[in-house]
Design a protein around this ligand. Structure first.
Ligand code: GLY
Ligand code: MN
Length: 470
C-alpha cells in the first residue's frame, strides 16, 4: 500500500504493509468497506476530442515503423521517481514517448507504447493502467494511483479517442525476447532522437508559445528587482518569481532555473540559487517555461542589478553580444551546426586577446590542435538543439548534430558567454567575478534564422532601458 501524509489509510484488514508503515494507519471498519463502492454517479461516457498534435505524432510513428520493419519496439513513458520516503518527484513523460504519442503533461505514469510487427508494418498499442473500478481497494486506498487520492484517471477509450492510438490495459504488456527498447537499444534510441532534429509546424508553434510565456517571467523578474534585492537569498526570489509566472500561466519549467548573481554567474549551471542579489553586480538568469505539450524555451539574460552596467561589465557584455550576433550571421540553411559556434568563438578569442588576457594571439588560440586558451573563459558550446528536451536530440550522431547541416525546421540556441571566475589569477582583478551569457532561441527557416526570443531586450542599452522601465 502507498501512503501519503497524515491521510494514510489502511487498505484491508489483511494488508501486508511493513510494520514500520503501521504507525499512523487507521483501520477501515466494516461500515466503510461495505459502503465505499456504492453511491457514485456514473462516469460520463462522452469521449474527449482528438488533440491537435495527434496527426503529427501519427506521422512520427509511421517514420519509426518504416525504419524498423519486423522488430518489436517498446517506448516506455517512465515511472514515478522517489524523492524521499513516500514522496515522489513530479512525473514527466520520456520525451520520445511524448513525441510519438502526443501525450504530454497528462501522461499516466508507467504507460508503454509498443510497435508490434505485422506483415505490412506495425500495429501500435498504447498500454496504460486503466483506472480501477470503484469496488477495488486501489480506488480508495492506493495513494499513488487511486483516483480517491490523485484525482480522475482517463479510461482506455478516452485515451484512444484523445490520441488516436489503440489502447490496452497495462496488465497485458509483457517484454518479449528480441524487442528493442528505447534507452536500452542504441539504434532505436538514436533514431527517435534524430527524428526530432527538424520540428514540424505543431512543434514550432509550441516552441514559439514557450518562448512567449518565458518572456513574461523575465519581465516579472525585472519588475520585482527591488524586492528581490531586499531579500537575503535574492537568487531564490528570482527563481520563485519565474516559477510563479510559469505556474500562474498554467505551465512548468523545462529545467532548474539558474539565478546566478555576481561571481555565481561564472558557474555555468548554478542552480543552488542561495545567494543575495547585490546592486553593482550582474545577475545571470537562465530559465525556460515548459508548456503543457512539454516543449520548453531556454533563455538567458544578464542584468546589471543596479540598473546600469559599469564600464567593464558593459565591455564584457557587449563582447558576448557581438559573439552572439556573429553566431546569428553565420547561421543559415546548408552550413554546419558547428559553424555557428566557430563564428561566436572567433569573436570571443579576438576580444579576450585584445584585452591582453591570452598568452597567445587570437589566431593561435583558434588553432584546432594547439589553441583553445580562450576557452578557459567560455568552456561550453554556443548552441544546442531545443524542443521537448532543453538539450534536445541528445542521442543524435555527431555527424547529424555538431557536424550536421542546418536545415529549415531546426530550433536551437545561440548562447555565447564570458566567465571570469572570482579566483582566476589569469585576468586582472577588475574582470574577476564577472559572468555574462546571452541566450536566444532560434528557428532556422529557408530564409535564414528567426530569433524567437528577439522580443526580450538584448543589447546593453536595451537591457538598461528595460530595467529603467521596471
Ligand atoms: N539552460 C542551460 C543549458 O543550456 O545548459
Ligand atoms: Mn541553453
Amino acid at each position: 500500500m502507498s501512503t501519503s501524509g497524515d491521510l494514510t489509510v489502511e487498505k484491508t484488514a489483511d494488508d501486508d504493509a511493513p510494520a514500520t508503515n503501521l504507525n499512523r494507519k487507521q483501520p477501515f471498519p466494516r461500515g466503510f468497506l461495505d459502503t465505499i463502492a456504492t453511491g457514485w454517479a456514473d462516469r460520463p461516457d462522452q469521449l474527449p476530442p482528438t488533440r491537435p498534435q495527434a496527426p503529427y505524432a501519427a506521422a512520427r510513428r509511421a517514420a519509426v515503423s518504416a525504419a524498423f520493419p519486423g522488430r518489436r519496439l517498446v517506448i516506455p513513458a517512465g515511472s514515478l521517481a522517489q524523492r524521499s520516503n513516500d514522496t515522489d518527484y513530479p512525473f514527466r513523460a520520456h520525451s520520445a514517448f511524448a513525441h510519438l504519442t502526443g501525450w504530454a503533461s497528462d501522461t499516466v505514469p508507467d504507460s508503454v507504447l509498443v510497435f508490434e510487427p505485422t506483415d505490412d508494418g506495425h500495429e501500435v498499442i498504447l498500454y496504460l493502467r486503466e483506472r480501477a473500478d470503484r469496488t477495488t481497494a486501489e480506488f480508495y486506498a492506493d495513494a499513488s494511483i487511486g483516483e480517491f487520492w490523485i484525482g480522475p484517471r482517463p479510461s482506455l477509450d478516452g485515451v484512444a479517442a484523445d490520441l488516436q492510438i489503440a489502447t490496452a490495459h497495462l496488465d497485458g504488456f509483457a517484454h518479449v525476447d528480441g524487442e528493442l527498447v528505447v534507452d536500452r537499444d542504441a539504434e532505436l534510441t538514436r533514431f527517435v532522437s534524430e527524428l526530432r532534429l527538424c520540428k514540424d509546424e505543431y512543434e514550432i508553434a509550441q516552441l514559439r508559445l514557450a518562448v512567449e510565456v518565458t518572456a513574461r517571467g523575465f519581465d516579472d523578474i525585472v519588475a520585482d528587482l527591488p524586492r528581490i534585492i531586499a531579500t537575503p537569498r535574492g537568487e531564490r526570489a528570482v527563481e520563485g518569481v519565474f516559477h510563479l509566472r510559469a505556474r500562474t500561466d498554467g505551465n512548468g519549467e523545462g529545467y532548474d532555473t539558474i539565478a546566478a548573481s555576481g561571481p555565481h554567474a561564472c558557474y555555468l549551471h548554478w542552480t543552488r540559487n542561495d545567494g543575495p542579489v547585490v546592486p553593482g553586480d550582474l545577475i545571470l538568469i537562465d530559465a525556460g517555461v515548459e508548456v503543457d505539450s512539454l516543449y520548453t524555451a531556454d533563455i538567458t539574460r544578464t542584468l546589471p542589478v543596479s540598473g546600469a552596467f559599469t564600464p567593464i561589465q558593459r565591455r564584457v557584455y557587449e563582447a558576448v553580444r557581438e559573439a552572439a550576433d556573429a553566431g546569428f550571421a553565420a547561421a543559415r540553411p546548408g552550413v554546419t551546426f558547428r559553424s555557428v559556434h566557430e563564428a561566436a568563438m572567433a569573436v570571443i578569442a579576438a576580444r579576450v586577446a585584445e584585452w591582453g588576457l591570452l598568452p597567445v594571439t587570437a589566431e593561435e588560440a583558434l588553432d584546432g590542435d594547439r589553441g583553445g586558451q580562450h576557452r578557459r573563459y567560455m568552456v561550453h558550446g554556443t548552441s544546442h538543439h531545443l524542443g521537448l528536451d532543453v538539450h534536445d536530440c541528445a542521442q543524435a550522431r555527431r555527424e547529424l548534430y555538431y557536424d550536421g547541416i542546418l536545415q529549415p525546421g531546426m530550433v536551437f540556441t545561440i548562447e555565447p558567454g564570458l566567465y571570469f571566475q572570482i579566483d582566476d589569477l589569469t585576468v586582472p582583478a577588475e574582470y574577476r567575478g564577472i559572468g555574462v551569457r546571452i541566450e536566444d532561441d532560434v528557428l532556422m527557416t529557408a530564409d535564414g534564422p528567426v530569433n524567437l526570443s528577439a522580443g526580450i531586450p538584448r543589447t546593453a542599452d536595451e537591457v538598461e532601458a528595460w530595467l529603467a522601465r521596471g
